[in-house]
Design a protein around this ligand. Structure first.
Ligand SMILES: NC(=O)c1ccc[n+]([C@@H]2O[C@H](COP(=O)([O-])OP(=O)(O)OC[C@H]3O[C@@H](n4cnc5c(N)ncnc54)[C@H](O)[C@@H]3O)[C@@H](O)[C@H]2O)c1
Length: 358
């Protein structure tokens, strides 16, 4: 049992509930299947901040027509291994899966590909999309902008998103290496979760409206403060690069023009932009050789000396892979506040209550 304050549910049961909720508000079956799978997969891998705790917000935005129920995927430019997509406010999860599929198929032809998407919306965990390339033994890269949550280094105005990025590398015996994080010390979702649980945050995660460190999750988000960039000027630099590579390159919206998922009066599409790159190792060392080298590389890092008191060195993505394997067997623990919200959503949409066990 992972957490006594949570209820457990199987991957399939939770996905089925999410799918019913999406279909109940008019999302077509195939798209409901894609977004539900990705959402629940986040919880399966332990990325609670970008899993079903977001479902009530996503559903509400669909109901208010702030997000298109049926996705658009308009290729507005295509040349060789590159494409630019406009989605007119479609669901970020669905368009990102389509965009990564396109990038993989272009890399199969050209060896390297790049697909940029504009006018999208929140896509959840970046790593779910970069990982898709590793299923074909290729290397995946994803970056995105997001609604402003961070001040630039040396500033106090919240004008930058925490703009996540993810790299995914195939390996042979080990799980693929998945580097997947945002450019803030923690994601806004972690602050929302702490707030829901009534907990304080460690100093260093966020600053208040005066730019001073705060332990109050509300002050660091809606209360007027900002998330703190990870590694000071370095995280700030990465956030800038991710927005330039996604929004400026696709001709989409950036900085304050991106609408916050939680703003009560969204007046239009969120406008998030993403970019997807795939590299086929076959054009370099070869797919099989790359995977074998990756295994040697991973073994070298994991075999290196641990710091005092540390039992094991993990590769990026390894903890999530273990969590996934365990939760497929034991079920996914969902925290009490999220369970309550899902039950309330089920009642409101006239759906069967999801089957949680204690
Ligand atoms: N869509 C958006 O706008 C948005 C914004 C922010 C974050 N996110 C997503 O939220 C998720 C969490 O982001 P985050 O910034 O909180 O990341 P995080 O701080 O949870 O770091 C996650 C990364 O660190 C690795 N990691 C964690 N502990 C490790 C350890 N002990 N040893 C080795 N590696 C370890 C993980 O494997 C993963 O690659 C990500 O999936 C990210 O894409 C999305």
């Amino acid at each position: 049992m992972e957490n006594s304050e949570s209820n457990t549910i199987t991957f399939e049961a939770l996905k089925s509930f999410c799918k019913q909720a999406y279909e109940a508000v008019g999302v077509p079956e195939q798209e409901a299947e894609i977004v539900s799978d990705l959402l629940v997969r986040s919880d399966l891998r332990g990325i609670e901040t970008h899993g079903v705790m977001r479902l009530p917000t996503y559903i509400q935005r669909l109901e208010k027509n702030y997000v298109r129920k049926k996705c658009e995927f308009n290729i507005i430019r295509q040349k060789g291994a590159t494409a630019t997509i406009s989605t007119n406010g479609s669901m970020g999860h669905v368009v990102s899966q389509k965009a990564m599929n396109l990038a993989v198929s272009l890399a199969e032809i050209y060896g390297v590909s790049w697909v940029s998407v504009k006018d999208s919306s929140h896509f959840g965990a970046a790593g779910l999309f970069s990982m898709m390339a590793t299923e074909k033994d290729m290397i995946g890269y994803v970056c995105s902008n997001s609604a402003p949550l961070m001040a630039p280094y040396g500033g106090r105005e919240k004008i930058l998103g925490n703009n996540p990025l993810s790299y995914a590398f195939p390996s042979d015996k080990y799980p693929p290496v998945i580097v997947d994080f945002s450019c803030s010390v923690v994601s806004a979702g972690r602050l929302h979760l702490k707030r829901k649980k009534g907990e304080k945050i460690p100093l260093g995660w966020a600053v208040d409206s005066n730019g001073l460190p705060t332990d109050d999750p509300y002050q660091g988000t809606e209360g007027g403060g900002s998330l703190a960039p990870v590694g000071a000027h370095k995280g700030y630099g990465l956030a800038v690069a991710n927005e330039m590579l996604s929004a400026l390159l696709s001709g989409g919206m950036w900085s304050k023009n991106i609408i916050n998922l939680h703003r009560p009066d969204p007046s239009g599409i969120q406008g998030t932009c993403h970019s997807f790159m795939v590299i086929d190792p076959e054009c370099f060392i070869g797919r099989e050789s790359f995977k074998k080298s990756a295994d040697d590389y991973i073994a070298t890092i994991k075999g290196s000396k641990t710091a005092r008191g540390v039992a094991e060195i993990f590769m990026p993505g390894e903890i999530e892979a273990r969590t996934e394997a365990r939760r497929l067997e034991e079920g996914i623990p969902i925290s009490k506040p999220t369970v309550d919200e899902l039950v309330a959503l089920a009642k409101r949409l006239n759906l069967s209550i999801p089957e949680f066990s204690h």
